[in-house]
Design a binder for this molecule. Structure first.
Ligand code: PSU
Ligand code: MN
Length: 308
């Protein structure tokens, strides 16, 4: 392990040593993405979904200045109830460590830790991207996708972002955007966006083979796997659009920018759509945890075959 600040729990460490499937899970969704008490329930349910699908969950977070991969139930509780937790992306690790803070790791930060821990597959809800409010507000998630060789399973990106610009950035950086059983880039709450993925793949095995092929060529980027929200929980774009426009206008009016912008927009949208968006969010997160566990199993199987 390259990072002496990184602590793996025993279960994750054992699974990795045995080449068993492991799925990294992010924690900004726990600290900044969902309200209490749904955040703790979701964290537990995502871990359970990963286990039920046959893989070991490794929730990644910072606890009292320590970078952790794999949390106990008590530690999940501690994180979900932390007082003013940090939202930790690449630039914030050293801050959290020297100040001994606790925080949730963003998609970018979770990829960074997962890669150092030797975990290839990661499940999240939605990635950050290029914001509409300011063309210079580009999430570190996009740079991490360009640089860190992991398989990131998400439900696309929310229409609070400039989705065409986000896809252009990913194309420039050479990041494959895979549609799982779809040709269209999903827009988080909605299955449709009118935008195309770069490759459609229909099974977890094909995705594992695709990732091996990409990396065997010498590529170093992530593979972004986009998994549309289950039909029953999805909300049409036309229904979301007015709420997104309102949240965006309020953010500009209040001068909200930087790290606070994404949590503000997400919070306002969930207030405006009430229970519906919360249920959609939970449904897609569990769906992504399951697909990530299936991909991790296929990926681990290819690694075990090579060792024989
Ligand atoms: N998108 C969502 N829900 C989230 C986030 C993004 O639909 O909770 C979180 C993720 O942790 C993501 C982060 O990595 O917000 C991006 O923040 P920023 O735009 O400040 O980079
Ligand atoms: Mn930003």
């Amino acid at each position: 392990m390259k990072n002496s600040n990184l602590i793996l729990n025993a279960e994750v460490s054992r699974a990795l040593n045995m080449n068993m499937p492991v799925v990294a899970l992010e924690s900004t969704v726990i600290t900044h993405g969902l309200p209490r008490p749904q955040n703790l329930q979701l964290a537990r349910d995502m871990e359970k979904r990963v286990r039920d699908t046959g893989a070991t969950p490794a929730t990644i977070a910072i606890l009292d200045g320590e970078i952790r991969a794999g949390l106990s139930d008590v530690e999940l509780l501690q994180l979900s109830e932390a007082d003013a937790p940090l939202k930790v992306s690449h630039r914030d690790f050293a801050t959290a460590i020297v100040k001994k803070n606790s925080g949730g790791t963003t998609v970018a930060a979770t990829m960074f830790v997962a890669h150092q821990a030797g975990i290839q597959v990661f499940a999240t809800g939605g990635i950050g991207g290029v914001h509409k409010e300011s063309p210079f507000d580009i999430s570190t998630d996009l740079r991490a996708l360009a640089d860190i060789p992991t398989i990131v399973v998400c439900a696309g990106a929310k229409a609070i972002l400039d989705l065409p610009a986000t896809l252009e950035y990913l194309e420039t950086m050479g990041v494959p955007v895979v549609g799982y059983q779809t040709d269209e880039f999903p827009a988080f709450y909605s299955r449709e966006s009118g935008l195309k993925v770069s490759a459609r793949l229909d099974s977890p095995r094909e995705i594992a083979t695709f990732a091996q092929t990409h990396w065997n060529l010498g590529m170093h980027s992530a593979i972004l796997v986009t998994n549309p929200i289950p039909e029953s929980a999805s909300i049409p774009v036309s229904e979301m659009q007015p709420m997104i426009a309102q949240a965006s206008a309020e953010a500009m009016e209040k001068g909200i920018h930087g790290q606070a912008l994404t949590p503000f927009l997400l919070g306002r949208i969930s207030e405006l759509t009430k229970e519906k968006s919360l249920n959609a969010n939970i449904s897609l997160l569990l769906n992504n945890a399951q697909l990530a566990a299936q991909i991790a199993e296929e990926f681990a199987a290819t690694k075990r075959t090579k060792l024989i």
